[in-house]
Design a protein around this ligand. Sequence first.
Ligand code: GUN
Ligand code: ZN
Length: 426
Amino acid sequence: MADLLLGQVLRFAADPFTHGEAAAMIDTQGAVLVKDGRIAATGPATALLRDHPQARVHDYGQSLITAGFIDAHVHYPQTAIIASWGKRLIDWLNSYTFPEEMRFADAGYAAAVADRYLDLVTAHGTTTVCTYATIHPESVDAIFSAARVRGMRLYAGKTCMDRNAPEGLRDTAQSAYDDSKRLLQKWHGVDRLGYVITPRFSPTSTPEQLAALGALWAEYPDCLMQTHLSEQVDEIAWVRDLFPQSRDYLDTYEAQGLLREGAVYGHAIHLTDRERARLAEAGASLVHCPTSNTFIGSGLFDMGLARTMRVGLATDTGGGSSFSMLRTMAAAYEIAQLRGQALHPAQLIWLATVGSARALHADSRIGNIAPGLEADLTILNLASTPAIEQATRRAETIWQHLFPTIMMGDDRAIRAVWMGGKPQQR
Ligand code: GUN
Ligand code: ZN
């Protein structure tokens, strides 16, 4: 039996960073036909109602039907320490993150947080995440198991660290390779799950560990590889001390086989000209984490990079201060304003859907509304609070109608979420 969702349908025919707002296609009285977990058709409501009289109808009125949000860089084990006060990156890792990540040696705790985290992101309209686990294989099993039960498309990997982390939170080059390989063989391609090779960042990996993970990636070239790059100035200075023979931060990865298409670098704020050129040439992906970059005081990402590279958007939970991709779009808007650029609402929604899907090389499966794509959909109430409702009263265009929800919206704006063709309980 097919389902027919009615509402204002927003989809993308092109990239709004290169084609402007005309890249977005809006059907104000539109419909999306969902069948067997996939989008079967989209178009005007009248036509789809006529052609599919047997379908179960879900009328969302004036609400906006968009592809589900894709959060391209998170740390689900940091769910409980989100919004911790007063530190910058390295102190924040040592004070809050590492003690919390230590607890994931307990498979029961890992399973409980994985479930809580997926409940939270679903309530915020996010249908796919790409997450770091901890060094513990149990933490990878926990998040993949939880996602599988929900029918969620999810990417994850064991975080690898063999130095500059406390006892109990370090593996070795060999065990990182062995554990990652075993987890990859267990989970990659199972249902809607993808394994991601995950060295945390150069300060917590020896060159030997980076090389071992580079070798693993060469054995499994269709996997993604994720890590952090040039997030804070102090971090970059530390990398320079730890890798005196490297040309720059990117070179610490490049030298070990960790730079090519399918590499997904979080943050990438303070880049040199050489790094920018090499990243573009190699076809790597960058992920902008704006609430994190302001919350831990990292810096202002250059959104101009979206014209030449795959750029995704992410909360970076729990360095980021919100689970909401709406709040994250708002922060991306604010950071771009500080750099002299006003991002169009079409660009903001695109970053959270198609942009993140492209960054994860998943755009042939998710991130848009088109026949054949997996049916992950988020339905936004564009008048979810009195403050937002009054700001939309004089709206003449869909963008004027949508922008207050982007800037002021949160989980209250999420009217419904469909994942793999099924409505989710929230
Ligand atoms: N760099 C290395 N690890 C982390 C992390 O957990 N969060 C953030 N924001 N940056 C990192
Ligand atoms: Zn991160």
